[in-house]
Ligand binder design. Structure first.
Ligand code: C5P
Length: 218
């Protein structure tokens, strides 16, 4: 019996987080939000005045922050050097800086290692950009979530205040381009992933489709 790892990849606004937590809850599995780890490192770099235009400067300090991430789908908090930064990592400042930090190979090297250690023997739903391709290429279930640019921007706008669907669509397109064109582990669908377009689906429909795939493949 192979360990159950459900890899959930896709761009922001594709419905990954809600669906991943829903699947983990339904199956009693742990949940790992790898984006929160990249955001936490980014928060630390901003806090310490590291020049984010200088990849070598980021790489030189990546070992310093102490990161602890929770894997309970009900309350997946993240702390950096002992402080809870679960809310701070969702600010616009971090969101607009994270792609520059996540493109640095030393950052990916550190976090991919930690992600594999957390995944350990499995029984976990892992969401990110490179889970099915790099972090857990042996995962028995790999889902690649997509949605139309407008649907993604609409969802993200509903979660934030003081922004418009148009502004979100531009910001998401910028982040998509950075994430899919970087040299280190770009956002790309794994050859053996199942693509799921969530544009016209409710959260419940997405969760039940993933649960169906899990049943079929385990
Ligand atoms: O999923 P979320 O939007 O929180 O991810 C934030 C950023 O972290 C992404 O835009 C991407 O740059 C980076 N990321 C990554 N690899 C992952 C997860 C996130 O590069 N596995």
């Amino acid at each position: 019996v192979t360990a159950l790892v459900v890899a959930m990849d896709g761009p922001s606004g594709s419905g990954k987080s809600s669906a991943s937590r829903g699947v983990a809850r339904a199956l009693g599995l742990r949940y790992l939000d790898t984006g929160a780890m990249y955001r936490a490192i980014t928060w630390w770099m901003l806090r310490h005045g590291v020049d984010l235009g200088d990849p070598a400067a980021i790489g030189a300090r990546v070992a310093e922050p102490v990161l602890v991430i929770g894997t309970d789908p009900e309350a997946p908090g993240v702390t950096v050097d002992g402080s809870d930064v679960s809310a701070e990592i969702r600010t616009r400042e971090v969101t607009s800086a994270v792609s520059a930090v996540s493109a640095v190979p030393e950052v990916r090297g550190r976090l991919v290692g930690e992600q594999r250690a957390i995944i350990g023997d499995g029984d976990i739903v892992v969401e990110g950009r490179d889970i099915g391709t790099v972090v857990a290429p042996g995962a028995p279930v790999k889902v690649y979530l997509t949605a139309s640019p407008e649907a993604r921007a609409r969802r993200r706008t509903a979660e934030l205040s003081g922004t418009t669907v148009e502004a979100q669509q531009i910001e998401m397109a910028r982040r998509d381009t950075l994430d899919s064109t970087r040299k280190a582990d770009p956002l790309v669908m794994a050859a053996d992933a199942i693509e799921l377009d969530t544009t016209e689906l409710t959260l419940e429909e997405v969760v039940s489709e993933v649960l169906r795939l899990v049943k079929e493949r385990t």
